[in-house]
Every structure is written in C-alpha cells, then in structure tokens.
Design a protein around this ligand. Structure first.
Ligand SMILES: [Zn+2]
Length: 344
C-alpha cells in the first residue's frame, strides 16, 4: 500500500544569499557563467537536503535556477523579446516588467530538462517539477503579435507539452502547471483555460497537477486579498471544471486563508494538495496547527487523495523560516498519519 499523506511543496524555496539577494522577488543572479551554473547545482543540492531532512516525500528543485516562475521559461522561447521589456498589470493587481511576444512563439531547445536530469541523479525521492500554465504565461507578458489571449495560450500549451514530455522522460514523477490566473479570469478558465491546460499535459503518463493560489505574501497580493470579503469562494467556479478534466491533482491554498474548506469536496476523484503552510507570514506553524488543517480537510477528501502541501511558493521567505515550515509540514503530516494508523 502507498504511504498515506505524502507531503510535497507548491514549488519554490528561498535561494542562498550567495546566489541571489534574499527577500527579493525576481532578484538578479550574483554569479556569472560557469560559476552561476555550479551555483545553481549547489543550491539545488541544498534544497533537496532540506526537504529530505524535513520528511518531504515528493521534492522539487525549489526553483533555484529561475529568477521568476513564469518569465524565466518565457525568456527561453523564440518569438519573445526580453531585452525590450514592457510594464503590464499582472492579474489586475501589480505592475511588472515583462517580456514582449513579437513573433510566433517556439521552443527551439529544452528549457529545464538538463536541470531535471541533474535533480533525478541527486535524490531517490519522488520528484515534482513545476511549469507555468498557459493562461498564467499569457498574463505575464506583453503580446505584440497574436492579438488574442486564447490563441497565444494554445501556442504556449503546445510548447509546454513538449517540455513536459521531455521532463517526464528525464525521470520526473509529477508535473505541475502553476495557474494562479485561474483565480482571476473565471470566464476564460471555462472558455479555454482548462482546455489549454489539458493540451499542455497531453500524453503524459506521469502524475499531472495544477496549482491555483492567492499568491505570495507580497503587499499587492495582501491588499488584493482584503478586497475578497470574508469568504473566498473563487475555487467554487474552477473546481467543478477541474474535477471533469484529465488533470490528476489540484494544489490549493488552505492554511490561514478565507477559503471555505468544504470547497475541496468539489474536486471529486482528484488528488488534493492541501496548503497547510501559510507562505504569507514569517511565523512558523506548529506541527499541531498543520495537523489541524489536515484533519479539517479529511472531512471532505479521503486520506488516499490528500497530500499535505504549502499554500504557495516560499521563495520570498528567509531560508531559516522556510526550513522551519518544511519541518512543521513533515511533522504535522506524521501526526495525522499516526492517527490514521498508517505509521510512517
Ligand atoms: Zn502559488
């Protein structure tokens, strides 16, 4: 029997101070050339060890080789001008300098596949690899060529699919597409968002996942959350669509949020990655607090389908805080696993 309540994280972890300035989103690299490539490998080794020590079952590279979870991928594609960046409003919330699509987008070379091979060689744990979802990619650039968000999303979906298939061949067990935009553009999610996501995952035999959240704990997101009212029911629009999709897992925000926990009951038949770690605070959860979130979730999802996780990426946090939160996640899951009589 498979171990119950296998733990994992949304994706990112903070980087060492010698690699990129801490506490800063999109922080530039502090190394160059071969020293940077070696720095990336060392940073990945460190985050693997931190996850393994904390008892995380399905580990990631902590996104140590990316400045940003979307634009680093986009900058590796043809048809994109990332030197002449444009300022756009991201998810109706904050302005950012983003790459510009100036022609037909194409993937001339693999983007993260060498990194995935290195990752596979460095740990025996199950591996998850994150990619941006098509809608979130469209929402994180300036389009000067396609003139249609949907058309561009389909083009990205094909590119993502090529990359995902290559990552799977490199030994990745779970491929997760990050779609925070699914929490904002509900009509587009229903029109083409879920379909382009499925296109990105087409033909994958490994586990597929989608991560939908309320974002990092940066001020623009915190301010946005204040406008959402006492109950956050955004998932109510998307979960029934995802329940009918071919995507196997859904990663969502739960801890310390205003999401009514019963909404996870809408994900019939899906694995649910329950966010039991709040990434918007430096306060480290106790294992008991993590366990309480998981127990509440267990009322709406069977134990075989529950994967304790973080609300979102931890890249903006201090490393010490992130390590504490990883340990709390592992220990909290172990508490509930013991209650279920599952050991481990
Ligand atoms: Zn997130």
């Amino acid at each position: 029997m498979n171990k119950l309540l296998q733990t994992t994280i949304a994706g990112s972890l903070p980087k060492p101070a010698w690699l990129a300035t801490p506490g800063q989103l999109w922080a530039p690299w502090l190394l160059e050339g071969e020293a940077l490539a070696e720095g990336w490998r060392d940073a990945v080794r460190l985050v693997l060890r931190d996850q393994e020590r904390a008892g995380i079952d399905i580990v990631t590279d902590g996104e140590q080789t990316r400045r940003h979870f979307v634009t680093t991928f986009i900058e590796n594609l043809e048809g994109v001008d990332f030197e002449h960046r444009k300022t756009v409003r991201i998810r109706d919330r904050y302005d950012a300098d983003v790459p510009m699509v100036v022609g037909t987008v194409a993937r001339a070379h693999p983007v993260y596949v060498d990194g995935a091979r290195f990752l596979r060689a460095e740990t025996d744990r199950k591996l998850k690899f994150t990619l941006p979802g098509p809608m979130t990619m469209v929402d994180t650039l300036f389009d000067a060529h396609y003139g249609s968000r949907e058309k561009l999303a389909w083009a990205f979906a094909e590119i993502l699919n090529d990359e995902a298939l290559a990552l799977e061949a490199a030994g990745i067990d779970v491929i997760q597409f990050d779609e925070p935009a699914f929490n904002v553009y509900f009509d587009e999610v229903a029109d083409w968002g879920v379909r382009t996501l499925e296109r990105a995952a087409r033909g994958l035999a490994c586990t597929t996942a989608v991560h939908i959240c309320y974002g990092y704990g940066i001020k623009a997101n915190v301010d946005w959350k204040k406008t959402l009212g006492g109950e956050w029911r955004q998932y109510e629009r998307t979960f029934p669509l995802l329940a009918q999709s071919s995507i196997k897992q859904v990663s969502l925000e739960c801890a310390n949020s205003h999401v009514p926990i019963e909404l996870i009951g809408l994900l019939t038949g899906k694995d649910v990655l329950v966010g039991a770690i709040d990434v918007a605070t430096d306060r480290v959860e106790t294992p008991e607090a993590v366990a309480a979130t998981l127990r509440a979730a267990l009322k709406h999802v069977p134990a075989e389908r529950l994967y304790p996780c973080t609300n979102c990426g931890m890249v903006p946090l201090a490393r010490e805080v992130a390590r504490g939160k990883l340990a709390a996640l592992g220990a909290g899951a172990a508490l509930v696993r013991a209650e279920l009589g599952a050991g481990g």
